[in-house]
Design a protein. Sequence first.
Length: 113
Amino acid sequence: MSKIGQLYTSGTWKVKAGMEAEFIELWQAFAEWTASSQAGAGEAFLLQNPENPQSFLSFGPWDRVEHVDKWRSRPEFQAFVRRARELCEALEPRNMVLVGHVDALGGAAETAS
């Protein structure tokens, strides 16, 4: 369950035309490696815009920023970014913090103060 203040990493990706399937495969393998070998990593999501199939958004929760920093310093992360740059016209990684949430059952909205 998401909670206010939850740390996420996210990335926006503009993939070169015709490279979408290769990018998805690369991201999937990298996300599986991350989930199985990196302390503090949670599940990971990759969304594709059906109206602009070159546009992707990835995100996933982490328990601490120190774990994110360690993950980003790993050679496997650097290799992923190098390969992703070959497949993408643009990419933008970032850290984000959850500041608002609405329960799927219509429960009270939760926001950061």
